[in-house]
Design a binder for this molecule. Structure first.
Ligand SMILES: C[S@@+](CC[C@H](N)C(=O)[O-])C[C@H]1O[C@@H](n2cnc3c(N)ncnc32)[C@H](O)[C@@H]1O
Length: 222
């Protein structure tokens, strides 16, 4: 059972429910038993303050960050989230933790939990395919898809030109150099992040997990 008023995101019980249902995990610096949303609150705060028309979220196992972004739009009374995920599963080298979820569910039905379907448009395709289908611009962008150096760089190159001036693009896993799971040893977001000049760049290094120090990177467009 979820709460009728989504601003109860700030209640421990509602946060726990959201984390459980949408598959939030320690990589987002959250703590399920304490109902702490970790990095998700940065996304919520950004959107609450920007009040964007459109938000872009790339990559999610079960929709945790897209759901938080949708909730921020809903609570702010404006904006809509484009969520893009190719729906890769473990058989694909680019899954980075993907479980083929988006090819097996009805996304609208999935995001009906906490009443978020009207605030999310799901695109089950690669980021390159998606970029070719739209001329959309965004005011907040979150990148958590292909975690290889070339993959994250490509997503940056595809979407940075479509971000409005003064607005923000954020990246998950900017600090994680060596994943404990051997399947994900190709993480290269940290390398991409090191190449970004310091001006307009913020690195959030805090993380509960000592073994998976993920990091959140935020970049403002001048
Ligand atoms: C599972 S997320 C990483 C985990 C995420 N931090 C979370 O908490 O859910 C990575 C996702 O990116 C997607 N993905 C990988 N490469 C992609 C691409 N080129 N275009 C779209 N989605 C992609 C995969 O399908 C996968 O679901």
């Amino acid at each position: 059972m979820f709460y009728r008023h989504t601003k109860e995101i700030f209640s421990r019980r509602a946060a726990k429910d959201l984390i459980d249902y949408y598959g939030g995990n320690g990589g987002h610096n959250l703590n399920t038993s304490r109902g702490e949303l970790g990095y998700a609150l940065f996304h919520y705060a950004m959107i609450s303050n920007i009040r964007p028309e459109r938000v872009l979220c790339v990559g999610s196992m079960k929709g945790f960050i897209p759901a938080i972004c949708a909730m921020a739009c809903k609570d702010a009374g404006s904006g809509n989230v484009d969520f893009v995920d190719a729906g890769y599963d473990e058989a694909n080298a680019n899954n980075w933790g993907g479980i083929g979820y988006w090819k097996s569910v009805d996304p609208d039905k999935h995001f009906s939990y906490a009443g978020l379907s009207a605030w999310v448009t799901t695109h089950v395709m690669t980021t390159e395919q998606f970029a070719n289908t739209t001329r959309q611009r965004w005011q907040y962008i979150y990148i958590d898809g292909d975690h290889s150096y070339l993959g994250v760089k490509k997503d940056y190159q595809l979407f940075w030109p479509r971000l409005d001036k003064g607005c923000f693009m954020s990246f998950h896993d900017v600090l994680l150099r060596r994943h404990t799971d051997v399947r994900y040893r190709g993480f290269g977001v940290w390398k991409f992040w090191n190449e970004i000049p310091e001006k307009g760049k913020i690195t959030i290094p805090f993380t509960y997990s000592k073994t998976l120090p993920s990091g959140l990177g935020i970049l403002q467009k001048a």
